[in-house]
Every structure is written in structure tokens, then in C-alpha cells.
Design a protein around this ligand. Structure first.
Ligand SMILES: Nc1ncnc2c1ncn2[C@@H]1O[C@H](COP(=O)(O)OP(=O)(O)OP(=O)(O)O)[C@@H](O)[C@H]1O
Length: 306
């Protein structure tokens, strides 16, 4: 990880159905930075706004306000040439590999789609060679190139999704719950593969998940999100080992522990969202170096004492 910021998100706001009775503040004044070479985990329960953030960064949604900078440049004000480069540099891996791969295309054509769009192959032999390299990189083999997605298991399909994202040699990958749809036995394999690739291909990840267990393992830093707001940001060890916000504590207490004796003693902590509904103004306070919590001045002073 370097000290260069690859992504800067500042005061981002996005509501669905703004001004209407059914308005949803999906992103409610969110700010965070991601450093080059970092794995940044974004965690929160279903509906907290994680996917909306990912899609907004990739310009699939337009925010009402705020700023998104990629390598120092505002992604909302790109020229068409800059936008094309950005579409190559920033890729997405989806939750459901079944739904995100075109079932009527051969694996090699799925993987090479970006190579074709961005004219990254000199000729057909080069295209085939790139596909072969990518298949090997994700733990598949060249025989798989001419098959169709339905011939693969869920874990293998996600490997194809990863190969497709890597095909255009991106710098930044948004992985939106990439393991949630997979069997638990396969999840660790895919996370390990993503971790290995991140190092080998010098990638930066925004890794989205709804529970903290796998995220802790892959992420350098973690942001915890609830109801459109980031409540806590810190290093993975800090957030996991010394959670501060009651919501984070509650999320952590919900993770089953593999040791039966410890698991028996585990007590889920209920979360009282009063801290989010009392109408008080809250900002990010640095409670420990690099460990921020959304709080009032009084709450921050209390958190610091403990
Ligand atoms: N296209 C849309 N139109 C209206 N509301 C939407 C739309 N997409 C998402 N929402 C709402 O915005 C909020 C945030 O949704 P989002 O999908 O970003 O959450 P999430 O944390 O990614 O959840 P999940 O893990 O279920 O994908 C939710 O209340 C959701 O119902």
C-alpha cells in the first residue's frame, strides 16, 4: 500500500426518489479515501447502501452532490477520452456470477470482451494467449476457454468473473459481495485467490460485504455502513479488535465463533439505533490514530475515555 490516494469520495449524497414520500437516502453524506494498493472493506447489513456506493463510483448512478476523484481527477467531470480510460481502469466483480455472465457466450469470449472493446490484443493469437494467461491466473485451464458458463460450479464461475475483470489490466476493482452467493466451503478459496491476485497484479480493491468475518481477513481498512452513513472507519485490526460504535459491536457479536465453548458463551449485542435518529449533528471524530467514528463531540469524548 502506498500513501497515494487512488480514490477520494467526499460528502457524497444520493437519494432514490428524491423529494417524494418514498425517498430513500441511500448515500447520506459519505466520505472516504482509498490508497493505491489497499484493500478497503465496506461492511453493513442489506440495504445499508454499499452497492449504491459502488455503482455511483463507477458512474452507473449520478449523485445529487459530492465529489468522486480517481487518481486526482473528478470522475463526474471526465472528457470522453478520460471516461474511456476510467472504464478500463476501474472494474467490478459481481455478487452472482450466474447472473453476471452471459450464458450464451463461450468463456473465452466473456473474458475477452473488455480486451476487444479496448483493443488490447494485437491479433487473434494474442487474444487467445491473454485469455489463457487469465484462466491460469484464476486457477482454471485453457480447456475451459471453449466451454459455456453453465458447465461450471459457482466458485469456478466467480473465477471467470474475476478473469473478466482482470482482462483489461485494471488498477481498481470494486468487488460487490463476491463470495456471498458461494458455498461457505468455497468462499475462503475465492477470497484467497483475490488476495493473491491483488498482490501479484498490484490492484486496489473496494471489497463490499455484509458480514465482518471474511472482510477482516482480506482488508487493510474497514468502513462500517448503516442506513446510508459510514459510522466507523479504521484498520481491520482496530475495527475488529477494538470496535467503538455500538452498531459495529453488534455486527461483530453476530459472527459465529468456530470454537464450540467460546461460541456457547457468545452473546449477541442488540443495537439501539437511537444514535442515528435523535437528529443531533454528527461528524467523523478520530478516536485513536486512524480510527474514526461518526459522533457528537460529547460522544467522541466518551469514546476516547474508554
Ligand atoms: N434503483 C433503486 N430505486 C429505489 N431504491 C433503491 C434502488 N436501489 C437501491 N435502493 C434502496 O437504497 C438502499 C440502499 O440499497 P443498496 O442496494 O445500496 O444496499 P446494500 O447495502 O448494497 O444492500 P444489499 O447487500 O442487499 O445489496 C436500500 O434501501 C434500497 O432499497
Amino acid at each position: 500500500m502506498t500513501d497515494k490516494k487512488i480514490l477520494e469520495v467526499k460528502n457524497l449524497k444520493l437519494s432514490f426518489n428524491p423529494g417524494k414520500a418514498n425517498e430513500v437516502k441511500a448515500i447520506d453524506n459519505v466520505s472516504f479515501d482509498i490508497y493505491e494498493g489497499e484493500v478497503f472493506g465496506l461492511v453493513g447489513e442489506s440495504g445499508s447502501g454499499k452497492t449504491t456506493i459502488g455503482r455511483t463510483i463507477l458512474k452507473l448512478y449520478t449523485p445529487q452532490s459530492g465529489e468522486i476523484k480517481f487518481e486526482g481527477h473528478d470522475v463526474l467531470k471526465q472528457s470522453s477520452a478520460e471516461a474511456k480510460t476510467f472504464r478500463k481502469d476501474a472494474q467490478m466483480i459481481f455478487q452472482d456470477p450466474q447472473a453476471s455472465l452471459n450464458g450464451r457466450m463461450k468463456v473465452k469470449d466473456i473474458i475477452a470482451e473488455g480486451i476487444d472493446i479496448h483493443h488490447l490484443a494485437k491479433n487473434k493469437a494474442d487474444r487467445d494467449a491473454q485469455v489463457e494467461r487469465l484462466l491460469k491466473l484464476v486457477g482454471l485451464n485453457e480447456d475451459h476457454a471453449s466451454r459455456y458458463p453453465y458447465e461450471f460450479s459457482g466458485g469456478q464461475r466467480q473465477r471467470i468473473g474475476i478473469a473478466r475483470a482482470l482482462a483489461v489490466r485494471p488498477k481498481f476493482i470494486i468487488a460487490d459481495e463476491p463470495i456471498s452467493a458461494l458455498d461457505v466451503s468455497i468462499q475462503a478459496q475465492v477470497v484467497n485467490l483475490m488476495k493473491k491476485l491483488q498482490k501479484e497484479e498490484k490492484l486496489t480493491y473496494l471489497f463490499i460485504a455484509h458480514d465482518l468475518s471474511m472482510v477482516k481477513y482480506i482488508s487493510d481498512r474497514i468502513a462500517v455502513m448503516h442506513w446510508g452513513k459510514i459510522l466507523e472507519i479504521g484498520t481491520s485490526d482496530e475495527v475488529y479488535g477494538h470496535p467503538i460504535h455500538p452498531y459495529t459491536k453488534s455486527l461483530l457479536s453476530a459472527i459465529p465463533i468456530p470454537d464450540p465453548e467460546v461460541e456457547l458463551a457468545r452473546e449477541p449485542i442488540d443495537y439501539d439505533p437511537a444514535m442515528e435518529t435523535d437528529g443531533k449533528a454528527r461528524t467523523m471524530h478520530e478516536i485513536h490514530p486512524g480510527h474514526f467514528v461518526l459522533s457528537t463531540d460529547e460522544e467522541a469524548a466518551e469514546f476516547s475515555k474508554n
